[in-house]
Structure formats: C-alpha cells, structure tokens
Design a protein around this ligand. Structure first.
Ligand code: G6P
Ligand code: ZN
Length: 542
C-alpha cells in the first residue's frame, strides 16, 4: 500500500556546500527527513522505473533514514534501489555504484567529517546520474520545494533487512542489498598497479591507515590488507561505529593527532594516511613529513602518469579557489589546463564530464579524479602508494624534490569555529566594502595587487556563482582568502587561507606558521578578526 501523508514545510532545509546537514534531533522532528527526501524527488524528472542508489557512512540515524528513503523511492515510482549492506556506502563508492550501474541518481546519508551520535550531526545529499553532487540548479529547486511541500508518499511496508545481500520487492520496486566494497575495489585494481604496491609491501615498506572508526574501514581492510598484502593491523579503527568512537572523523592534524605522532616518531612507518567519516577526504603523512592537501594535489598531478589508470597523462587540473597555487605550477609545466572553482566538489563535475580535467583537489583534504564524481580518500592513498612503489623514494624525498623543481607554496588555513553568525557576516560585509580601496595599499612591505569577491563562470554550462570568498592578492604571489564555511551546523565558521610562494630552495625549511607570520598579522589587520570574533587564536589550524 502506498500512503500519501500530509505534512507542513520546514523553512531551514537549504542544502549547503554538500547537502543538508543538521543535528540528529533536527532530523528527528516529525516528517523532517521525509519532507526533504520528497522535495528531492519532486525536483527531479524522468526517474520512473529507474535505479536509485542509497547508502551512508554508518553514523547514528543512518539505518532509520535508509528505511524511509527506500520506502519513499518505492512510493514515488523508482524501479530499483541498490543499497549497501549494513546501509554502508562510502561517498566515492556510492558515486562509483551510480556510474557503474547507470543509476538515475543516489541518496547519500552522511555529515562527512562531522561527529556522529544522538546529538551530533546527520546529513542527506542527492547525487545525479554522473555520480556527482547535484548542481546548484537542483539544490535550489529542492530548497524551494521544501518550503512549499504539503505531502509525501511512502510505501507502508516492513523494513528491509539491510544485513543480508539479496533482492526483495516493495510495491513493485526491487531492493537489492549489495556488497559495498566489491565494485569499488575492482575499480581501484583497474587504476593502480597492485602488483607493484604488493611488491613494495613485501619488501618491508610499512603503511598505517587510520579509518577513524568510520566508513573506510571495510574498504581499507579489503584493499590494503587483503588485496595488497599489507600486514594485518596496518588498518586501524576499521569498524564503522555510529558515533565514530566519540571522535571527529576528520583526518587533520588535530583529530588524527595520534597518527601524526606515530609518523613523527623515530621508528615511524614509511607512510601514514587517514580518511574521514564518509571516505572522501584524505590525510597523507610521510615519515617525519606532513603533506598539505594543496601540495598533495600538485604532487599527485605531477606523478599520476606513473599509475596505469593515468599513463596517458592528464587533460587538465582543477582546484578550488582557496586551495594553494602549487598545482598551477604543475599544470603550467605540463602544458595542460588549470581551472579554479568555488569550494565544493560539485563545481568539478562539469569539468570532469567534459574531460577538461582529470585530477581535482581542495585544500579541505579532498583529492580525486575522473574515476568517480566525488573526492576519494582511499584513491589518493593508493595513488601515493603507486607513486612510491614506482619511484622507490621516500615521501620526504619526493616532497623536497617537488619543491626544488616548482618552488614551495607555504600554506595554512586558520578556522574560527562556532563564532557568532552576525559577527562573522559583519566581518565579511566589511571586507567586501573595503575591496575597491585595497589595491595599491601596503601592509608591512607587502602591496595589495588585486582584491575581489570570487565569482565563478562555469565554462561548460555558463552558470555564474558569485560571492565565493574574498581574495586579497599581493605582489609576489602571496595571498589571503576569507570565506565562511558552508558545512557547519552551529554558528558560523570563518576560514582564513594564507599562502606565500617561495621559489628559493634554500628557504624551504621554515616552519609554516613562521613563514606565514607577516601575512597572518595582515589578515587580522585588514579584517579585524580578533576584535570581531572575540577570539585570540583560531580553533583549528591546518
Ligand atoms: C566538504 C565539501 C568540500 C568542501 C569542504 C569544506 O568536504 O565536500 O567540497 O571543500 O566541505 O567546505 P566549507 O564550506 O566548510 O569550507
Ligand atoms: Zn567527507
């Protein structure tokens, strides 16, 4: 039986950088998830009889919303749902399943790197048939619909057993519970030289991967330990837990501190890595060296041809605007296109579909390629391992050689989390008001060359996205960028991105915060960060 249930709209279902993210109790309000899912379906056309992929990162409330989504898909006329066993699909694996099985789209339940649990974060996002996050045209339509919705449709059926692979039927729609890892592992085997990596591990190379009690555990166990032969125990925290063990499943130097310390110790393994809640972010640390995400993008782009999947070279590279310019120098040397997009993986989709770019990356620990339409944490780890297996050099040697060749982009992001929204908006408004006056002004020896509010003109669909962050560019290539996060769930998060280019290899060993100290002071001078936020220091420095 299909029920049509009347409902009243919520006013706060605006998707952010990556879908709708709220605290679990918000999602537990009456019809809250149902309204949003129906708003998604109402914003799509032509899915009758088609396939929908559903899966999530295993966080608290995942299973409940998956049951709702399956029953609503049946009531709305989908022909088939593919759902990961246990309700599990990492975000990149979901993207792959959508593409491989030619699905109409997918619903991914995740709040990425945010904590999970009864009072923590949850999220729903819709991905389109290319496997990537829905573009703004669709997310805007979903939001508009959510403000007017008056009913939703749901099948009155028993819950699906998510823990056993197989097929069943609800109101004429088939529901197939699939192995969440198989398709993804097969894709990785096509892209990378597993034999070379296996030989490297066989030769005593030591790897440690921290799955942070999140979704990549089963993937990393299967690929790194079972298929590539790393010793058992190389993958840490491999059981996905609904509350991620009480931690932030965010692979940065704050939340993956233990891994960092392991890698800085005298007896450190050769390679350390971690991924986030839903498996799309990555952290790369060599023995005694952390590789910033911006540098990692540049280094992977420069070496990608060493992996079979990229042997024919790259068509181009894309990075989000706040990501450092390190990759630009690689693109220049390779003579390929370089694209600068707003923050948010969805902006890479058109460029990837049009084959303008092969590799993309963001400073927020995201790297990926045209193999799916999401960033992909394990993919980045495997590409690094493939490069290391071929070059037979240490991470630190590869990093130093890269800097010597291209120069070093010293780079850091300072986050001021959960600041008062009005104060944060005021800071940004005042920055925008200053933009016209900044060019030509000098701050402690650095002269502003240009200052603007970044607007992106998509070269493929010609759409324009404005107000994507304030950029202040100084003569000599230094840069400060200010923007407000689009993924937070309480208050506002101010992000300040600071970058300085250093061509001289004799000066590549300065501690990052020291190398950027003058720019950090200028950022405060221009924006009044301390006085406006009432904070003495950033909450997180990456
Ligand atoms: C998510 C998105 C990324 C984005 C990141 C930071 O991981 O998928 O594309 O770069 O969040 O976004 P924010 O708006 O919080 O800076
Ligand atoms: Zn994520």
């Amino acid at each position: 039986m299909i029920k049509t249930v009347s409902t009243t709209p919520y006013s706060d279902q605006k998707p952010g950088t990556s879908g709708l993210r709220k605290k679990v109790p918000v999602f537990q309000q009456q019809n809250y998830a149902e309204n949003f899912i129906q708003s998604i379906f109402d914003s799509l056309e032509g899915f009758a009889g088609q396939t929908l992929v559903i899966g999530g990162d295993g966080r608290y409330y995942n299973r409940e919303v998956i049951q709702i989504a399956i029953k609503m898909a049946a009531a709305n006329g989908f022909g088939q749902v593919l759902v990961g066993r246990g309700g599990i699909l990492s975000t990149p694996a979901a993207s792959n399943v959508i593409r491989k099985h030619k699905a109409f789209g997918g619903i991914i339940l995740s709040a990425s790197h945010n904590p999970g649990g009864p009072t923590e974060d949850f999220g729903i996002k819709y991905n389109i048939g290319n496997g990537g996050p829905a573009p703004e045209k669709i997310t805007d339509a979903i939001f508009a619909r959510s403000k007017a919705i008056d009913s939703y449709r749901i099948a009155d059926a028993a819950d699906v057993n998510l823990d056993i692979e197989g097929t069943q039927t609800i109101e004429g729609m088939t529901v197939t519970v699939i192995d969440p890892v198989a398709d993804y592992a097969e894709l990785m085997e096509q892209l990378f030289d597993f034999a070379a990596i296996r030989a490297m591990f066989g030769g005593g190379f030591r790897v440690v991967f921290d799955a942070m009690s999140a979704v990549t555990g089963p993937y990393a166990k299967e690929i790194i330990e079972n298929r590539l032969g790393a010793p058992k125990g190389s993958v840490l925290n491999f059981m996905p837990l609904p509350d991620f063990g009480g931690h932030h499943p965010d692979p940065n130097l704050v939340h993956a501190r233990a891994l960092y310390e392991t890698m800085m110790a005298d007896d450190a393994p050769d390679f350390g890595a971690a991924s986030d809640g839903d498996g799309d972010r990555n952290l790369i640390i060599g023995r005694s060296i952390f590789v910033t995400p911006s540098d990692s993008l540049a280094m992977l782009a420069a070496n990608a041809h060493l992996a079979p999947g990229y042997a024919k070279g790259l068509s181009g590279i894309a990075r989000s605007m706040p990501t450092s310019g390190a990759a630009d120098r690689v693109a220049e040397k390779l003579g390929i296109g370089m694209y600068e997009t707003p923050t948010g993986w969805k902006f890479f989709g058109n460029l990837l579909d049009a084959d303008k770019v092969t590799i993309c990356g963001e400073e927020s620990a995201g790297t990926g390629s045209n193999h799916v339409r999401e960033k992909d944490g394990l993919w980045a780890v495997l590409l690094w391992l493939n490069v290391l297996a071929v070059r037979k050099e240490s991470v630190i040697d590869i990093v130093r050689e890269h800097w010597a060749t291209y120069g070093r982009n010293y780079y850091s992001r300072h986050d001021y989390e959960e600041v008062d929204s009005a104060a944060a908006n005021g800071l940004m408004a005042d920055l925008r008001a200053q933009l016209a006056d900044l060019p030509g002004k000098s701050f402690g020896g650095l002269t502003v060359e240009t200052a603007d509010d970044f607007a992106y003109h998509d070269p493929i669909d010609k759409s324009v996205s404005e107000h994507q962050g304030v950029r202040i560019l100084f003569a000599g290539g230094s840069r400060i960028v200010f923007r407000l996060s689009g993924t937070g769930t309480s208050g506002a998060t101010l992000r300040v991105y600071i970058e300085r280019y250093e061509p001289d290899a004799a000066r590549h060993d300065v501690e990052t915060q020291t190398a950027l100290a003058d720019l950090i002071a200028i950022a405060d001078e221009i924006a009044g960060i301390k006085s406006r936020t009432g904070r003495d220091a950033p909450s997180v420095i990456t």
